[in-house]
Design a protein around this ligand. Structure first.
Ligand code: ZN
Length: 269
C-alpha cells in the first residue's frame, strides 16, 4: 500500500474506534483530543515504513515518509533499516532467505508495535508535555506528508516541518498539563498495527508471526494470495479503497461531533 492509503486507514480506524467507544462504552473525547488522536494515529500508520532507507549522503531514495523532514528523516530511516537488518540476521533461521535490506522486517511485527506504543506512553508519563509536543511534532509531520502527499511534495519538507511544529505547539498550549497522555501511546501503537494490516492485504506480506518459528523460518511473510491481493498503486487501492476509507472517516467524525454541535444550539434529536 502507498503512503496516503496507510495514513488514511490510520485516521479512519481511530475515528471509527472513537465513535464506537463514544456510542457503546460512554467514553467521550473533546474535539481537540479527537483531532490529536486522529493525526497521531495517521502518522503512526506511516511510521513502520520509516525502514526504507535511501542514500543520505546523496539525498536520494527512501520512502515518501522518509522525506518528511528532509535528510533528517532520511537519516533516521537509514538507521532504522540497518537495525532491522541486524535483527533479521540475529534471529534468522536456516530457511529464512538472505537479505541485503531490512525493509518490511522488524518494524512490521507485533512486538515492534507494542514496543513503540509502550515507549511512547512511557515517554509521555516521564516527561509530560515536553514529550507530548515532540511526539506530536513528529507524528503530525508524517500525517501531513501521508494524507496530503501531492501538496507536501510541492510545498517541500521545510513547510511541512514548520506546519507540524506550529500544530504541535498549538496542541501543547491547549492540552491540560499534569497528565500521562496514555491516548498518544495508544494512537501510535494502533497506527503501527493498522499499517501492518494494510501491508498484509498486498502480496508481499509482512512477518506478522515473528518471533514464532515455523518450519525453520522465523520470518515467514504472511499476505493475501496473488489472486486477491491488492496491487500497490492499482485503481482498487488509489480509488476504491481510499474512497471507502474517506467515507468511513467522515461518517465517524460527523457521528462524533454532530451531537455536541446540535446540543450547543439546543436542538433535541
Ligand atoms: Zn510497510
Amino acid at each position: 500500500m502507498m503512503g496516503p492509503s496507510h495514513a488514511l486507514s490510520g485516521a479512519a480506524v481511530w475515528l471509527t474506534g472513537s465513535w464506537a467507544l463514544d456510542q457503546f462504552a460512554d467514553y467521550h473525547q473533546t474535539p481537540l483530543a479527537l483531532a490529536v488522536g486522529t493525526a497521531v494515529c495517521a502518522g503512526g500508520a506511516l511510521f513502520p515504513d520509516l525502514d526504507l532507507s535511501g542514500k543520505v549522503t546523496r539525498n536520494q531514495g527512501g520512502a515518501t515518509v522518509a522525506r518528511t523532514f528532509g535528510v533528517f528523516s532520511l537519516f533516521i530511516a537509514e538507521v532504522m533499516e540497518k537495525i532491522s537488518l541486524g535483527v533479521y540476521y540475529a534471529t534468522k533461521l536456516s530457511r529464512d532467505p538472505r537479505r541485503n535490506n531490512g525493509h518490511r522486517t522488524l518494524t512490521h511485527t507485533i512486538p515492534f508495535t507494542l514496543l513503540v506504543g509502550w515507549g511512547t506512553t512511557a515517554l509521555c508519563a516521564a516527561y509530560g508535555k515536553w514529550a507530548v509536543v515532540s511526539i506530536l511534532f513528529f507524528m503530525i509531520g508524517l500525517a501531513l506528508r501521508g494524507l496530503f502527499d501531492e501538496w507536501a511534495e510541492r510545498a517541500g519538507w521545510v513547510v511541512v516541518t514548520l506546519l507540524s511544529a506550529a500544530a504541535a505547539w498549538f496542541t501543547f498550549a491547549n492540552l491540560p498539563g499534569d497528565r500521562g497522555y496514555p491516548l498518544i501511546g495508544t494512537a501510535v501503537g494502533v497506527g503501527c498495527f493498522v499499517h501492518i494490516l494494510g501491508d498484509m492485504i498486498t502480496k508481499a506480506g509482512v512477518p506478522i508471526l515473528w518471533p514464532i518459528p515455523i518450519k525453520r523460518r522465523m520470518w515467514t511473510m504472511i499476505g493475501l494470495p496473488n489472486g486477491i491481493a491488492l496491487r500497490t498503486g492499482s485503481k482498487a487501492e488509489t480509488i476504491v479503497l481510499r474512497a471507502a476509507l474517506t467515507v468511513l472517516a467522515v461518517l465517524a467524525a460527523v457521528g462524533l461531533v454532530a451531537p455536541s454541535v446540535l446540543q450547543r444550539f439546543n436542538i433535541e434529536v
